[in-house]
Design a binder for this molecule. Structure first.
Ligand code: BGC
Length: 723
């Protein structure tokens, strides 16, 4: 793809101050385009006149290629500099073809799956007119009450980093001007996932050590992978909202990490400095954000109103303003927009690229790779010879399984569980009985009797339970993270009627499934699997596909355990048996163990994997040497399957308290029936580092262990010494 030879510096030199500021203002696409003249209300509220629209540098949220082209064409006619707009959107887990929510992709433990999905999303989104996606979201999360955990890859900094970088690489490719690629924007910097009590937008107070150790690595990994843009988070971090947090934005992001991409505020985040009680003066707000490196203001008007004055009054230097505008223009140039302002998009292309059988196949495989078999007493997979099957529960036949942030995906495009099983078993008798609602405030018991009757005569029962897709995502935190409504009542009655009931669960977060786990012989967790969710569920239930996902975020036993995460620091009074109920004067709860119901890294398979050995090639290491760890796994079954081999490290003695385990490497590998494989990992000194009390990133000589298995169930361990 030929690159535009436009000289953006020359272009900048011919721009007025007002035009420069315009490049730094982003408004919703509903204010642009043909129908925009009617939409005066919200614009009036922002205090921006319609006549300003032709000065804008970028826009967000529009509906496909046609709208993008109409807006772009009109804009180019009106802008005397003919600088194309940049079109941005939240392409979080697919554009039209929706793949599993990012937490589900985290469960795949497979960066290749993540890349394949992201490349598909980039192709579709680009054809549909998107040039920048507000992805990846790599907020580190520990509290399942927070609705946005669904956008994250979970509670491990390393897993989050690997998956974040994979997304950046796949979305952006090697050349942004290539029409299969779009620019990525990492978010939300920083520690949005640390929202107190899991309540969205809530305050975040975290020590610098903790921040650097758990929360920051994934953003850094995305920057190292070349991400073009970054979005600061809504929350206040240690007293100051990120958008105005000099320590975070200037010291860490710019000085230490050298980030030189475009920074965009989150939606009205500068405007919210008022609500935060930082300042009522939006001129000051604009200056604070600009001084913290924010190039583009999204959906508030402080830059429009005050940036030019701040420059004229010498409070912001014109050079700094020019640098910000240049960053925006450079990105447009890299995207090839000066040459092709539509970046290859068209309604025809959008139609032919989106939702193709190939893309559906990618979504289906990703949904299969993301599902986690939480429990199985041997009842799964079900036999395809089953004559009569009862699908019970609110997720039995619904196509509302895309999950939040599904961009342009439609419920109507999603394959429901019923449809998935129907096409797999065309001759089986399938009885659907929803039984009850999944909503917390719909408590009608009317459907339960029919569900029980359906279960009674069935050869197999699949209880399709979960939380509605709108219960997670932005602004959707929950204080109780069990199955909402009367679903457990339904489950109890159905299981009493037919104990051969397996559970198929859907959610945007880890749920508390403690009672369900006691009642049913098997639970297969689908997250929100996307467009091909029902097909994937059918394949998995009947053994056409073999589950291989692992828990990326602990499923607590009780909501009171939140925040719960495997890699927590040692305490001075650990329980000797962490899951025993109450041990006086140790760190624990009355009436509930310490461990989650399903820990990080847990996930069963229809194959049976035996960890035979973990060997180190040496038991000492220096700062310059490495240890080769060899882990041998046997597939002791007749069925091929995939296993995620996980390597955990523990630093036994250190000057600062260390996590009881930390994941430092993993590999998902396929093993044929009865196949034995040895997976090797290299361990080097930087993998052993931590932040000391002065926040230096160091390692300390001493004894370490390396283990494999999953977080709360390590099966093999060896130790070594760092000299
Ligand atoms: C969200 C961001 C998103 C932005 C634009 C905000 O409300 O916090 O994650 O990118 O809206 O849609």
């Amino acid at each position: 793809m030929a690159r535009s030879d436009v000289d953006v510096k020359k272009l900048l030199a011919q721009m007025t101050l007002e035009e420069k500021v315009g490049q730094l203002v982003q408004l919703n696409a509903m204010f642009l385009g043909e129908s925009s003249a009617e939409i005066t209300g919200p614009l009036e509220k922002l205090g921006i006149p319609q006549s300003y629209m032709s000065k804008l540098g970028s826009t967000l949220n529009f509906h496909g290629a046609q709208e993008m082209m109409d807006i772009q064409r009109k804009h180019l006619e009106e802008d005397r500099n003919h600088i194309p707009l940049m079109f941005m959107m939240d392409v979080i887990h697919g554009f039209r073809t929706i793949f599993p929510i990012p937490l589900g992709l985290g469960a795949s433990f497979d960066p290749e799956t993540v890349k394949e999905c992201s490349r598909m999303a980039a192709r579709e989104a680009s054809a549909g007119g998107v040039q920048v996606t507000f992805t990846p979201m790599v907020d580190y999360v520990r509290d399942a009450r927070w609705g946005r955990v669904m956008e994250s890859c979970g509670e491990d900094p390393y897993l989050n980093s690997v998956m974040g970088a994979a997304q950046v690489e796949a979305f952006q490719g090697d050349d942004l001007a290539d029409h299969d690629n779009i620019a990525a924007c990492v978010k939300h910097f920083a520690a949005y996932g640390g929202a107190e009590a899991g309540r969205d937008y809530n305050t975040v107070e975290i020590s610098e050590r903790l921040l650097r150790e758990y929360y920051l690595p994934a953003y850094k990994a995305c920057i190292d992978a070349g991400v073009k843009m970054l979005m600061p988070s809504f929350n206040s971090l240690n007293g100051v909202p990120s958008i105005a947090n000099k320590w975070l934005m200037n010291k860490v992001l710019k000085d230490e990490w050298g980030f030189d991409g475009v920074i965009i505020s989150d939606y009205n985040a500068i405007g919210e400095l008022k609500k935060h009680g930082i300042t009522d003066d939006m001129r000051l707000g604009a200056k604070m954000a600009f001084d913290c490196g924010c190039d583009i203001e999204m959906m508030s008007s402080s830059y429009y109103k005050h940036l030019a004055d701040l420059v004229n009054d010498g409070e912001i230097s014109e050079q700094k303003l020019d640098e910000a505008v240049l960053r925006v223009l450079e990105l447009k140039k890299e995207l090839g927009l000066f040459e092709d302002p539509y970046h290859g998009a068209s309604p025809e292309k959008e139609n032919s690229v989106c939702l193709t059988p190939e893309h559906r196949d990618i979504a289906r495989r990703a949904a299969e790779a993301s599902a986690v078999l939480l429990k199985n007493d041997g009842i799964l997979p079900l036999s395809e010879d089953i004559k009569r099957i009862a699908l019970v529960g609110p997720f039995a036949a619904t196509n509302e399984i895309k999950g939040s942030w599904s961009c342009n995906g439609e419920n109507e495009d999603c394959v429901s569980v019923y449809e998935g099983i129907r096409s797999l078993l065309p001759n089986a008798e399938i009885i659907v009985a929803e039984g009850c609602s999944a909503k917390y405030d719909e408590l009608s018991e009317e459907g339960i009797d029919a569900a029980v009757a359906a279960a009674k005569g069935a050869d197999a029962v699949v209880l399709c339970l979960g939380e509605p897709q709108k219960y997670s995502g932005e602004g959707n935190s929950r204080a109780d993270i069990g199955l909402p409504g009367i679903q457990m009542q339904l489950a109890r009655k159905v299981i009493a009627a037919n104990p051969n009931a397996v559970a198929l669960t859907f959610s945007g977060r880890p749920l508390v499934l403690t009672e369900l786990d006691k009642l049913v012989p098997a639970i297969l967790h689908m997250w929100f699997p996307g467009t091909e969710g029902g097909s994937a569920a059918a394949d998995l239930l009947f053994g056409r596909a073999n589950p291989s996902g692992k828990v990326p975020m602990s499923f607590p036993k009780a909501v009171g355990q939140c925040p719960i995460y495997y890699n927590h620091p040692s305490t001075g009074r650990p329980k000797s048996k962490p899951d025993e109920i109450h041990q006086p004067y140790s760190s624990n709860y009355i009436g509930c163990g310490n461990l989650p119901l399903y820990p990080f890294g847990h996930g069963l398979s229809y194959s049976s994997f035996v960890y035979e050995s973990l060997e180190l090639d040496t038991d000492t290491m220096t700062k310059d040497s490495e240890i080769t760890v060899s882990i041998t796994v046997l597939n002791d079954s007749d069925r091929a399957g995939k296993e995620v081999v996980q390597l955990y490290m523990h630093d036994i003695w250190a000057s600062a308290v260390r996590p009881i385990q930390s994941l430092i490497a993993f590999e998902k590998t396929e093993l044929g029936a009865h196949e034995r494989k040895t997976i090797t990992f290299k361990v080097r000194e930087p993998m052993l580092r931590f932040y000391d009390l002065d926040c230096n990133h160091i390692s300390e000589p001493g004894e370490f262990t390396l283990s494999t298995g999953c977080a709360d169930h390590l099966v093999l361990t060896k130790s070594f010494t760092l000299k």
